[in-house]
Structure formats: C-alpha cells, structure tokens
Design a protein around this ligand. Structure first.
Ligand SMILES: NC(=O)c1ccc[n+]([C@@H]2O[C@H](COP(=O)([O-])OP(=O)(O)OC[C@H]3O[C@@H](n4cnc5c(N)ncnc54)[C@H](OP(=O)(O)O)[C@@H]3O)[C@@H](O)[C@H]2O)c1
Length: 291
C-alpha cells in the first residue's frame, strides 16, 4: 500500500516513515514540497504521488504562536485538512488525521474517551478540533487519531529541553498542575500501523499508558538521565502565564483501540527509558529511529 505522509519532517512524521519503512511504499512530504494551506497543493500532491492512503500529520503545532497567528493556524490545521480529506473522499481513499488532546478543555479529572464533546481552549485546539470536524464532514473512510505530549527523535522536545536545562541550572521549575499522557512518537507510529492493519475507522486515542504531570515527567527524565530529581521543583501554571491556555487534565482514555484488537500500549516511563537509552548511544553509529 502506498501511503502519503504529510508533515514527514516533523517528530511524528519521521517516526511514521521509519515504522512503515519496508512495510509498504511510504512517501513523505513537508513544507518544501508544497504549502498545504494553499489551495491546489493537496490535489497536486495527490496527483503527483497517487497514494492509496493518506496520513495527515502536518500541522501548525506552535500552541502559543497560534494565539497571535490564528489565520495561519486555521489555514493549516482546518482548511488544509478539509482539502486533503475531500480529495481522499472523492478518490475513494482512506484518510487518517492526527489530532490532539487540546481539543478538550481539561476540566474533567477523569479524562476523555473518544466520544467526549470537543471543547478546545485556544487557537491551536480550536483549529485542530475544526480539522476533525472537516474530516467527519468529508465522510468516506476516515480515522482521527488523537495523541498527546509527544517526545522522540527530532531537534526539540520536552525531554531534550529538561536535559539541557539540567546542565545549565542548579534547579528548574516545572508546572505541577497539568496532567496528561506522554507519548513516544515511535510507539504512536506503531499503533498507527496496527490501526491501518485492522482497517479501523472512527476516532482513536493513542498514547503511551499512564498519566502524569509535567513536573513528574521532568523528574523522571532527570532520574533516568542520572540527575537528582529533587532539582526539579513544582510550580503552578498561574505562576508562568503563556499566551495560550492549556487543558489542566487532558488524559486520553481509550476504548476504540481495544475494540479493534490493539493490545495494551507500553507505559510512558518504559518508553522514556528506551528513548533516553537511545539518546545515550552515539547517534552517528545508530542512525534512524530506535525500537
Ligand atoms: N507534539 C505534540 O506534543 C503533539 C501532541 C498532540 C498532537 N500532536 C499532533 O501530531 C501531529 C504531528 O505533530 P509533531 O509534533 O510531529 O509536529 P511537528 O514536529 O511540528 O511537525 C509538523 C510538520 O508539519 C509541517 N507543516 C506545517 N505547516 C505546513 C503546511 N502548511 N504545509 C505542509 N507542511 C506543514 C511542519 O513544517 P515546519 O516545521 O517547517 O513548519 C512540520 O515539519 C500534528 O498533527 C499535531 O497536531 C502533536
């Protein structure tokens, strides 16, 4: 099956390409191949690559910058998604849209199943939620796969930031009142493959198992990196205002993966251990995405 992956240069995109390498013919595209927010790009890419499935991972992902740039965020996250989804529907092709826990307001401490009502707080969440609605409206053979708190190979992520700050400062403060599910991009790519193999349709919540706060996540990063976790101090979201409001508790709970036979996902701690072990290797002798 020839799969077109948008956002292929991003953190998830590169993990998807690695996961599907050998399992089928995968074509990755990113901004230099065409701006998906421009009318005509989606169709042009579809014609050029003639895929049999599209995984749409490209997005305007800078949550804070989106607050000052809502038109661009909407064009990328909602309008481009509509154009790609419509192309797939008219060509009778399956379409998979990657979405986010930020479509929820985070008010429910129990977390959110797949059918929970979307109530985004900021521009990023709103435009991704609108992207989801566009996929559903386009109809056809679609999947929306929501994930959260991604980390993995790539130039920047929370794990790398914490490790860098631990080298630069004696202590650091990390918010302790936001809860979510850290997710290792290669593990998510593997779940995506399982969803496609099972021909799953509808909305899925795909994260590593377990939930935590950014503060506890940072402490675990320190611990597994050989630093004293006590150097990570808790603080409140209110102490560090950001342009975008973030959900306080965006735990993604899953029923639909189980219903198509996808087994339990590894815990986020175990996944973090694999990533940190990979980081410890000489990347020059171990290119690519780890297992
Ligand atoms: N990262 C997370 O914690 C997280 C959490 C939940 C859900 N998600 C979702 O997961 C997906 C992948 O996220 P990620 O972290 O891998 O994102 P990422 O690293 O920012 O990658 C997204 C890619 O899309 C490209 N892109 C942006 N605008 C585009 C456009 N108009 N046309 C074509 N390509 C464009 C970006 O290029 P530039 O970098 O050049 O702009 C980038 O290479 C996204 O749909 C995101 O909403 C991510």
């Amino acid at each position: 099956m020839k799969i077109l992956v948008t956002g292929a240069a991003g953190m998830l995109g590169r993990a998807i390409l690695e996961e599907f390498d050998g399992a089928g013919h995968c074509v990755g595209v990113d901004l230099p191949d065409g701006d998906l927010a421009e009318r005509g790009t989606a169709l042009e890419l579809m014609m050029r690559h003639a895929p049999q499935h599209v995984i749409h991972a490209a997005a305007y992902t800078d949550v804070d910058r989106a607050e000052a740039d809502p038109a661009r965020a909407r064009a990328v996250n909602a309008d481009a998604t509509r154009m790609l989804a419509r192309c797939c529907t008219s060509l009778n092709l399956p379409f998979t849209y990657i979405s986010t826990d930020y479509v929820f307001d985070g008010e429910d401490p129990a977390g959110y199943f797949e059918d929970a009502e979307r109530r985004p707080l900021g521009v990023y969440g709103t435009t991704k939620a609108d992207g989801e609605q566009e996929v559903q409206t386009a109809g056809g053979d679609w999947r929306i796969v929501r994930t959260s708190w991604l980390f993995g190979p790539g130039p920047k992520n929370f794990v790398l930031t914490v490790r860098r700050l631990l080298e630069e400062r004696p202590t650091l403060k990390v918010v302790a009142d936001q809860t979510g599910c850290p997710t290792y991009a290669p593990d998510l790519a593997r779940v995506l493959r399982l969803i496609l193999l099972a021909k799953g349709r509808g909305i899925f919540h795909a994260t590593n198992a377990g939930a935590t706060t950014w503060h506890e996540f940072a402490r675990e990063i320190a611990r597994r990196s050989g630093a004293d976790p006590e150097r990570i101090l808790p603080c409140a979201t209110a102490d560090y205002p950001t342009p975008a409001r973030r959900p306080a508790c965006s735990i993604l709970r899953s029923r639909n993966l189980e219903s198509i036979g996808v087994g339990p996902r590894p815990s986020w701690q175990e996944a973090l251990g694999r990533y940190i072990a990979w980081l410890a290797q000489d990347e020059a002798t171990q290119p690519g995405v780890p297992t």
